[in-house]
Design a protein around this ligand. Structure first.
Ligand code: CP
Ligand code: NVA
Length: 313
């Protein structure tokens, strides 16, 4: 499959077959990495990846940085604060055209999705979304890789996301629906996913023959879940609403009782960082059902697949 030169801004832009291609390649790269004790012989991507961060990160930064190095390329960490974008107000379009002359690809974590579309519009190299206000596509590729590893399949599974209808929830809706999974978002009325995105996903669900449900009813929503997923109630940028959010979500903690409504063999995922005692309790995140560290590891393998597919010669 040829995905060379494409941007990855949202999974809306990728067909189910293309998503499966990323997942299969991610599995292959993971196997190769493990077989060679962390020192793969093959160095198929001798290119530089610019990693632009407008917000903080642990997993995204480290997994992309080590991932590009393992593929044979090199990472360049570019904090927004230290570039001319912020320093002298250089335009996104000029920045994008200049960086295209030096790099093989750009991964950017930004506040507004528009910053990514602006970068992409003026770039001759792939732009990869490392999280924005609307989406977190790389996270979802790692999530799908992890679910498939633990469940042996994706199609026909029911994933229930509990909590804030945020960037992670929105990308999960897209990615899981495209994989033929049923998706339920359990959230308070005021924190539903974006309505335009929901409408678009509902159309995909209809085409794929899957269910998309949004409910505030925790036991009914979680019933029969194969996968339970949650994320922070206070995303980066939402800090000013901390107090009202803590109140709004207080019935939505993923605890042992909530897990008991799901199937007995349900697995638990969280993109991390977790806020233990808030969106999830210690006994759930540290339980046998939790696969959060496999999920974090898979960020690197699935992103290596993305970089290789989009940035290859
Ligand atoms: N899940 C995730 O993207 O983690 P970071 O914010 O640490 O990159
Ligand atoms: N929804 C969270 C995800 C962090 C990885 C945020 O945007 O801050």
């Amino acid at each position: 499959m040829n995905l060379k030169g494409r941007h990855l801004l949202t999974l809306f832009d990728y067909t189910p077959e293309e998503i499966i291609y990323f997942l299969d390649l991610g599995d292959e790269l993971k196997e190769e990495f493990n077989k060679h004790g962390g020192h793969p012989n093959r160095k198929p991507l001798k290119k530089s990846l610019g990693m632009m961060f407008e917000k903080t990160s642990t997993r995204t930064r480290v997994s992309f940085e080590t991932g590009i190095w393992e593929l044979g390329g090199q990472p360049l960490f570019l904090s927004f604060r230290d570039t001319q974008l912020v320093g002298t107000g250089e335009s996104t379009s000029d920045t994008s055209q200049v960086l295209s002359r030096y790099l093989g690809g750009i991964m950017a974590r930004v506040y507004k999705h528009k910053t990514l579309t602006d970068l992409a519009e003026h770039s001759s190299i792939p732009i990869i979304n490392g999280l924005c206000d609307l989406y977190h596509p790389c996270q979802i590729l790692a999530d799908l890789q992890t679910i498939r590893e633990h469940k042996g399949k994706l199609k026909g599974l029911k994933l229930v996301y509990v909590g804030d209808g945020n960037n992670v929830a929105q990308s999960l809706m897209i990615g899981c629906t495209k994989m033929g999974m049923d998706v339920t978002i359990v959230c308070p009325d005021d924190y539903k996913p974006d309505s335009e995105i929901t409408e678009k996903v509902a159309k995909i669900a209809e085409k794929m023959g899957t269910k998309l449900e949004i409910t505030k009813d925790v036991p009914a929503g979680v019933k029969d879940a194969d996968v339970i997923y949650t994320d922070t109630w206070i995303s980066m940028g939402d800090e000013a609403q901390k107090e009202i959010r803590l109140k709004a979500f207080k019935e939505y903690t993923v605890d042992k009782k909530l897990m008991s409504y799901a199937k007995n063999d349900a697995i638990f995922l969280h993109c991390l960082p977790a806020h233990r005692g808030y969106e999830v309790t210690d006994e759930v995140i540290d339980s046998k059902q939790s696969v959060v560290f496999d999920e974090a590891e898979n960020r690197k393998h699935s992103q290596k697949a993305v970089m290789l597919a989009l940035m290859r010669d």
